[in-house]
Design a protein. Structure first.
Length: 250
C-alpha cells in the first residue's frame, strides 16, 4: 500500500503505525514517549500529532498509535498542526519547566507563552510512562505510576528503595526529559535511592553492569557470565576460531 507524507510517496503494510512509516522514510515527526527499544507507541505525550486526509476528510491523529489502513495523505507540519503542537508543548513546559529538552522543543516549534497556566515547580517529568514501560517489559518492573490526578508520579513502591531494582539504568536511558537522577562513578551507580556495585571486565577493566543486573541476565539465560565485556569476549572468540580453523583475525 502507498500513502503520501508531506508529498512523498511511502510504501507500507496495512496496519503499520504512521510514525514508524514516516521514520523509515526519513521524515521527522517529534515525539517524547516513543523509543526504539519498544516498537509500539504510547500515545502519551501527543507531540507526534499529524493531519491526515482520508477520503476527503481531514483529521488530526496521534501518529505513534495510528494504524494505516487506507491510502491517506499526511501533513506533518501544516498550520493546524503547528498551532496544536505548540499548545501541547506549552502545556508540557508548564508540567516540566526544568527540562532542557522541553525548553528546546518549545523554542524550535515556537510554543506560545501562556501565563494563566499553573507551573509545576522543580519538575522535569512529563509523565509519558516510557520509563515504567521499559522497566516492566525489559527489566524487573521496579517502578510504576503511583497516585492519581495532580499527584500522579513515577516511583518505586511507597517511595522506598526497591527490593527488586537491579540498577540497570534502562529507565534513565529512555527518559526523554532527563527526569530520572542517576549518579555513577568507577565503582558504583546510584538510582532510585539505591546504590549498586559495578562489575568490571577482568581483562580490560571496562564497566559491564551492576552485579544485580548481571545476575538477572544469567537467571534469564541471556548470557553466561565469564567476567569479560562484550568486546573482550568477541576477541577471545576470534582467537579461538583462528587457532582452531586457521582464520586470520586481523
Amino acid at each position: 500500500m502507498i500513502i503520501r507524507i508531506d508529498g512523498k510517496e511511502c510504501t507500507c503494510e496495512k496496519g503499520e503505525y504512521l510514525l514508524n512509516i514516516a521514520r523509515r522514510n526519513g521524515i521527522t515527526i517529534p515525539t517524547l514517549c516513543q523509543h526504539g527499544s519498544i516498537p509500539d507507541g504510547m500515545g502519551a505525550c501527543r507531540l507526534c500529532i499529524v493531519e491526515i486526509t482520508d477520503r476527503g476528510r481531514k483529521s488530526v491523529v496521534v501518529s505513534c498509535v495510528y494504524p494505516v489502513n487506507s491510502e491517506i495523505e499526511v501533513e506533518t507540519n501544516s498550520d493546524r498542526i503547528k498551532r496544536e503542537r505548540g499548545m501541547i508543548l506549552t502545556l508540557l513546559a508548564k508540567r516540566a519547566p526544568d527540562s532542557p529538552e522541553i525548553a528546546r522543543l518549545c523554542k524550535y516549534y515556537k510554543a506560545p507563552q501562556i501565563d494563566r497556566f499553573i507551573t509545576v515547580d522543580n519538575e522535569k517529568c512529563v509523565m509519558c510512562g516510557l520509563c515504567a514501560k521499559v522497566c516492566g517489559e525489559m527489566s524487573v518492573g521496579a517502578i510504576s505510576t503511583v497516585n492519581r490526578g495532580i499527584t500522579k508520579a513515577i516511583s518505586t513502591p511507597y517511595g522506598d528503595p526497591s527490593s527488586v531494582c537491579i540498577g540497570c539504568g534502562a529507565c534513565a536511558n529512555v527518559c526523554p526529559t532527563g527526569a530520572i537522577d542517576i549518579e555513577e562513578d568507577y565503582n558504583t551507580r546510584t538510582i532510585w535511592g539505591k546504590t549498586f556495585e559495578i562489575v568490571h571486565c577482568t581483562r580490560c577493566g571496562a564497566p559491564i553492569g551492576t552485579r544485580e543486573q548481571i545476575e538477572e541476565s544469567v537467571r534469564r539465560g541471556e548470557t553466561e557470565f565469564d567476567g569479560l565485556c562484550d568486546n573482550c569476549r568477541k576477541e577471545r572468540m576470534a582467537r579461538v576460531m583462528a587457532e582452531t580453523f586457521g582464520f586470520d583475525t586481523l
